[in-house]
Design a protein around this ligand. Sequence first.
Ligand SMILES: N[C@@H](CCC(=O)N[C@@H](CS)C(=O)NCC(=O)O)C(=O)O
Length: 232
Amino acid sequence: MADTTPKVPETPLILHHLNNSRSQRILWLLEELNVNYEIKYYQRQPDMMAPKELRDVHSLGKSPVITDGKHTIAESGAIVEYLVSRYGNGKWRPAEGTDEQLQYTYWLHTAEGTLMLPLLLTLILGAAIAETPFIVRLVPYIMRREINTRMIEPNLKAQYDLIEEHLSKNEWFAGSQISGADIQMVFPIDIISGQMDKFLGEHTRAWLEKVRSRPAYIKALEKGGPFNMTKL
Ligand SMILES: N[C@@H](CCC(=O)N[C@@H](CS)C(=O)NCC(=O)O)C(=O)O
């Protein structure tokens, strides 16, 4: 039976949540863990950057950030590790020294360490072209084509294939149990689904559907505000 007892902290943990951002996955994890938490909402500026108030919380001014008592923690991977170890009741990460733990660590780091880079480059190059006056747009357009062909596309293709192969053999990223690795991987896979859906393999798609049907994920979406990865 699901444990619905609120965990410590007695004082609510605060999630500093930027709309339509990586913070959505932390919101999902907080719902899964049934932690006592509150959301402080921040809205992206017209240029998509976070408002300056976020810099008062953490000097980098990025989201997600959480405040839990005396701790202010930035960087989604670090937040996931903190929440899972403090409030996970032994779940959400595999036992030390197991093969599953290796998978957990690998995918937890891959999300931000490898997969986000080509995805961000794609978004940045698209934005750069859109902001270049039409008359000289050919230059960034050719640059994008070259960078795409040489760097972005081969890297992304290798990533899609690796993810698909892994999920064809494993129910979740760290094996048979859902874990913090799934929390980390959902953001880049949501971007791929929103912007390059045809590249998602059938097992990756099935994993995403399974994630999206979880009550905690649905509740997190309701609390987090519009989440749309078709445009970033
Ligand atoms: N690697 C960091 C990235 C944090 C990050 O860049 N967050 C974006 C939202 S998805 C942000 O705050 N953007 C607004 C800005 O840079 O001003 C993490 O995973 O937490």
